[in-house]
Design a protein around this ligand. Sequence first.
Ligand code: GAL
Length: 396
Amino acid sequence: MTMEKIRPAIIGILIFALMICGCGSAKVTDKDDEKEAAPAAAVAAQRIDDGRTVVGISMPDRLLERWNRDGIFLKNEFKKADCEVVLSYANNLIDTQIADIREMIAKGADLLVVTAVDGAALSPVLEEASSMGIKIIAYDRLIMETDAVDYYVSFDNYKVGVLQGSYVISKLGLKTSDKPKTIEFVTGDPVDNNARFFYRGAMDTLKPYIESGKLIVPSSQSGFYETSTAQWSTDIAQQRLQIILNSYYPNGAQLDAVLCANDSTALGAARALAADYTGRNNVVVTGQDGDVANIYNILNGSQSMTVYKQLKQESVVTVALGKDIISGNSPSESLIEQSGWDFECSFNTTDYNNGKKVVPSYLLRPIAITADNIQKELFDTGLYVRNSSGLIYAAK
Ligand code: GAL
């Protein structure tokens, strides 16, 4: 079942030696070390099959709600597939993630499933892993600037932005009304490749209205970097919007919409509006992920919509793909055709260029959730439930 791999103590020592010389990761990128890396390749060539499949799952952070759920889904699904799982969370710190991945290599990982804290910071450690024959799946966020990554599994990230932009157009009636409306943007973490796709999807959708003057950005901040939110932080999003409200919306000046890239930033926007907005209208606020706090906000009207992504689907695809590639296969459309999945998934070999190669990708379909369809889409389906005291939680 699994690719050749080795477990004897000498291997542990050898990898430990590799870790020691790799600690100062800056050192790893140094040319000389490539010579040192050779032993790893030699080690890989000697790998024998001991019938165990070890999967390393490296998640970015526990403070962003969804990754807790992704970690649990992935762990349970891989366990169901008789894999041993090493699951780590990197506190949104690059060095911690690199150390986590090194540990997974040392524990004999056959497969690494990684959601990068910073998409461009993992090349050295992943190239080391790949040279040892370890397979690598970029989970949800594309890993950049390396050809060590084998596959990418995510949702259609461009579509997420299109859904947010389309919602703003319909909610503000931009297609029919001539009265200009105002909007501000709160986009994502600039080191997260997904943030660019969300941004492009939204901007491509809204551009005709911005260009025609039907949609105005009073702060004139509409570029990716100037509207970005480091670490997807709720506090940073709140602070930035409060400054915008106090600078460009004095004395009841009207703001019609805030396009937020995800729910953690939307939470910050809702708090800023509650604290500093003096207009009389209900401001349209978008989001993504279906975080529980934001589900409440959609029900109480302080957030207008979120883009929901059924995370279980992403883990099911990742496990099927993972098992296939560590068995030496190079799946394509075939994985979907043979899967029997009851959800939509597409195979893409054009859109996700990580700077070194176009990474073959499996993409899932996100859906827009508003106060109108939230009961039907999230509660009637049992994806979210209310417990005996009426508290909401994500059940599936
Ligand atoms: C993105 C992810 C989103 C959102 C965001 C913040 O990469 O696709 O679903 O969670 O990170 O964690």
